[in-house]
Ligand binder design. Sequence first.
Ligand code: NAD
Length: 249
Amino acid sequence: MNTTNKLAIVTGGGSGIGLAIAEAFVRNGIYTIIIGRDEEKLRRACQQLGACSDCYTCDLSDLQAIPVMVQEIIQQHGHIDILVNNAGINMKKSFVDVTDEDFQAILQTNVTAVFALSREVVKHQLENGIKGVIINISSMASQYGIPKVIAYTASKSAIEGMTKAMATELSPYGIRINCVAPGFIATDMSAKALDADPDRKSKALGRTPMGHLGQPADIGAAVLFLASDAAKYVTGVVLQVDGGNAVGF
Ligand code: NAD
C-alpha cells in the first residue's frame, strides 16, 4: 500500500471502532486526524496513537461547524486523502415510542452530518485533483430487520444508498466510496445494546456462525484494505465484517 503523504480523517475516532481504524492507519504510516466531541477523550486517544496523529474537537451534528473544520484541517495539513465516516449514535426504543425529534436526532448525526462532511471533503478533492477514498460505516441493521432501532436502521440504510450513489457519480474523478457493515463488535455501543438484554445477545450470537463478537481491530483491518491501493478497483461495495452474521441461519 502506498501510504506516503496520505492524510486521513476518522470521525468518532476517540473510542471503539473509530480508534481501531485510526490505529490501523497510523501503523501503516497514514497521518490520521481523529474527530469527536470530547476533547479530553480525543487527547488521550491521540497520545495512544502517537506522533502520526492529531485530533479535532467537533460536534458533527452542528452542521455549520463542518465546513469550518474541513477548511482548518486543509489550512494546517494541506490535503485530505481519506475520510472515514464512523461516528454514529444508536437509540433503542419501541417503534411507537420514537418521537419525531428522536428520529431526526439520529438522522442528523448518522446521515446528514455524513453527507455534509463528505461533500466538503469531496469538493476539496475535486478542486485539487486528489484521488480520494471515503469509507462509510453502516451496520447489520441495514442487512436485515432488528426490532427497536427504527431510526438507526433508517440511517444505516441511507448510508449504504449514499455509498452507491456517490461511487457512481465520483468514479470518473478517481474518488472511491465504499462501506463497511460491522456485525456485533465488542465496544461501548454494543455493550449498551446487548449487555442489559441477554435474549438479544444470545440471538445475535446464535446467528453468528463464528460464535463470538468481533473486535474493533477486525473493522480497522477491513477499512485499511478499502483505503489502500490494494482496493483500487473496488468502489460502491458494502463489505460485511460480521463473522457470517448476515448469512447465519
Ligand atoms: P462508540 O459509541 O464507541 O463510538 C462512536 C463514536 O462516535 C464515539 O467516539 C462518539 O463520541 C462519536 N460521536 C457520536 N456522535 C458524534 C457527533 N455528533 N460528533 C462527533 N462525534 C460523535 O461506538 P462504536 O461501536 O465504536 O461505533 C462506531 C460506528 O460503528 C458507528 O457508526 C456504529 O453505528 C457502527 N457500528 C457498530 C457496531 C457495534 O457492534 N459496535 C455494529 C454495527 C455498526
